[in-house]
Design a binder for this molecule. Structure first.
Ligand code: 1GP
Length: 260
């Protein structure tokens, strides 16, 4: 059961509510901003509080929590704190089956479809599924595609997968179509946290043309003009983590750019 819900949450409460928001945003051409909170970073209570409060004040649409490699043992506490501080849907972006919490509203149930690591295509899902069900979390079947962002990232190392080359939009489009045909409900194009380069607008446009699914884009996004360009190419949700850790006030400009 979800615990610690704020009264404001009732707007988003029904199962499937987060997925519905993604589809509605795509249908209406309304772009969404997701703030990614790394639970290791979230151990600093004051910084976490400031980041979440800024996210709410700046009208960020979603709060993602997760990371590909965590050192904290207080993942659940971090999610509970984010939920208690915010009136936004809290969505888990788990790097492993250990990153589940009943304090969240939903989980991106990620299949790393750009890779060929069976554990990340089905193994971790089998491990996590009973807990996801028991917690009553909304699971959003997500085709996660790692794209080369100019240098190896933690996620490429930890997942032991080869990213899609940055200049191969056709591979990304074919992979996204496969994900859609397999029944996945959203596509996440990511160059990884702190990447030097974002996913290219050309690749986003190719994926947009290939599938109807909502498209989430993250990795290396640091300024509003770039975020806007990625939205115009077809991204429905822009995810930013590292840039807000470095400058929590940046969220206001980014939010304005994304919301247009
Ligand atoms: C990483 O998409 C996210 O998986 C966000 O990346 O930390 O570079 O913003 P950044």
């Amino acid at each position: 059961m979800r615990q610690g819900a704020s009264p404001v949450f009732s707007m988003f409460a029904p199962m499937g509510a987060v997925q519905d928001r993604l589809v509605e945003a795509r249908d209406r051409g309304r772009k969404l901003l997701a703030v990614l909170i790394d639970p290791d970073f979230g151990q600093d209570d004051a910084l976490l509080e400031r980041t979440v409060q800024n996210a709410c004040m700046a009208r960020a649409d979603l709060l993602f929590v997760g990371g590909s490699l965590l050192t904290t043992t207080s993942f659940d506490r971090c999610v509970a704190r984010v939920k208690a501080l915010s009136d936004r849907p809290v969505v888990l972006f788990p790097g492993s089956p250990a990153q589940l919490s009943g304090h969240a509203d939903a989980v991106l149930f990620l299949a790393l479809i750009s890779g060929r690591n069976p554990e990340l295509l089905i193994g971790h899902h089998v491990t996590a599924a009973p807990t996801v069900r028991a917690l009553g979390l909304e699971a959003i079947p997500t085709g996660y595609m790692l794209v080369d962002g100019g240098a190896p990232t933690t996620v490429s190392y930890v997942s032991q997968t080869v990213p899609i080359p940055h200049d191969k939009p056709g591979i990304a489009a074919a992979t996204a179509i496969a994900g859609e045909l397999l029944g996945l409900r959203t596509i996440y194009l990511d160059t990884g946290s702190g990447a030097r380069r974002t996913v290219s607008p050309t690749m986003i446009a190719a994926v947009r043309k290939a599938v109807d699914l909502p498209i989430i884009v993250g990795g290396g996004i640091r300024d509003g003009a770039v975020a806007r360009e990625l939205c115009e190419a077809g991204a429905d949700v822009i995810v930013v983590g590292t840039a807000f850790e470095q400058d929590p006030e940046l969220i206001f400009a980014l939010s304005e750019a994304v919301h247009g």
